[in-house]
Design a protein around this ligand. Structure first.
Ligand code: DAH
Length: 359
């Protein structure tokens, strides 16, 4: 009995140490499950030793049973903590293996290419309008942005101190006396350049549009910018009538806005045309109801137009008994604003990509 007791003693110590070693050496949860069965399962040495306890003296049985239970509890705890360890590292390995490295599937050229931009809405509108007019047989001309008083005002029948100059909040450039140089307040001075050229080269008639930037000392608001873009038109030929003007406006507004847009020509005054009119369309923000953008009128002015005043022809030496003509000047920013129903024109200059990228 003593011998048997001693044998069981040795087994218990050995089982604890060997078991601990096998558990630490299990390199996967599967391997650990096998080790667990081997150490703690029904056929394990530990379970068999438990069964053998009956063969011992009551005192020795009690002591051996206590130690066997201790060893079992210790091995169970070791299995649990090793399992937690292996679970963690296996999960990390699986995540690493499953990770999709997008830099491998997207060519580096695509990743590093800068986002492609596009033309500003106003530039697009200008190009579209030029296309429409070229399609109608007009040529496209440009003139300087810094002008003399003569081109911007005098030749357009606005002599010094003419009250109509008050409509144009003019920005003057300081170039020293006696010259007066200013930033053009409208594209109408380009009309004068074209007429001068045509007279000098004897190339009348003229059918031209003249797009470009204009400048006024204006406080920006929902439909005004101090730097804005106009497209001027000038037709000088024989027997030109107001009907030609109205028809031209009809064609270009329908080409730009599509059919069904409501417009009206309102009698107006400009020193360089007689008669003169303003082109207005139903405000596209409120559809005529009245809103902040149209100052609660329901209408938006796109620009002015009229029959070239004989005084302008006279200043340039064009015989108004032979030649007649019409002219117009429309705000390109306004046209674009109305076509896309942009409530506030200042959005055009704020450089907010979220706004600009819509067009
Ligand atoms: N230049 C005018 C302005 O900016 C608009 C205008 C009116 C242009 C009548 C014209 C015209 O050619 O005939 O206020």
């Amino acid at each position: 009995m003593v011998t048997e007791n001693a044998e069981i003693d040795i087994d218990i110590e050995g089982m604890g140490e060997d078991g601990a070693r096998s558990i630490a050496g299990a390199s996967s949860t599967d391997a650990l499950a096998a080790v667990e069965t081997e150490l703690l399962g029904k056929r394990s040495a530990l379970t068999r030793a438990h069964r053998a306890l009956g063969r011992l003296q009551p005192d020795a049985r009690k002591e051996a049973g206590r130690r066997l239970n201790e060893v079992r509890a210790a091995l169970e705890a070791k299995v649990a903590s090793r399992r937690a360890e292996l679970d963690h590292s296996e999960r990390a390995d699986a995540l690493k293996a499953d990770r999709l490295d997008l830099t491998e599937v997207i060519p580096s050229a695509v990743l590093s290419a800068p986002a492609r931009g596009h033309l500003h809405l106003v530039t697009q509108a200008r190009a579209e309008l030029e296309d429409v007019f070229v399609g109608m047989g007009f040529t496209v001309a440009e003139g300087p942005e810094a002008e003399s008083d003569w081109y911007n005002f005098e030749a357009l029948n606005m002599p010094p101190a003419h009250p109509a100059r008050g409509m144009y909040d003019t920005l003057y450039l300081d170039v020293g006396e006696p010259e007066t140089v200013l930033l053009r307040t409208h594209t109408s001075p380009v009309q004068i350049h074209l007429m001068e050229e045509a007279v000098a080269n004897n190339t009348l008639p003229i059918h031209a549009v003249m797009p470009g930037k204009c400048f006024r000392q204006d406080t920006p608001d929902a439909r005004h910018l101090p730097v804005f873009t106009q497209i001027e038109g000038l037709v000088i030929d024989r027997d030109i009538t107001f009907g030609d003007l109205a028809g031209t406006i009809q064609v270009f507004t329908e080409a730009y806005f599509g059919a069904g847009m409501q417009s009206r020509l309102r009698p107006a005054y400009f020193p360089f045309t007689e008669p003169s009119a303003e082109l207005e369309i139903t405000c596209t923000i409120c559809l005529g109801e009245g809103c902040r953008t149209c100052s609660h009128t329901g209408w938006i002015e796109l620009g002015g137009c009229g029959m070239v005043d004989p005084a302008v022809f006279a200043a340039l030496g064009i015989d108004s008994a032979v030649w007649s003509g019409f002219a117009f000047g429309f705000g390109i920013d306004r046209l674009a604003q109305m076509r896309h129903a942009v409530p506030d024109m200042r959005s055009f200059l704020e450089n907010d990509i979220r706004f600009l990228s819509q067009f």
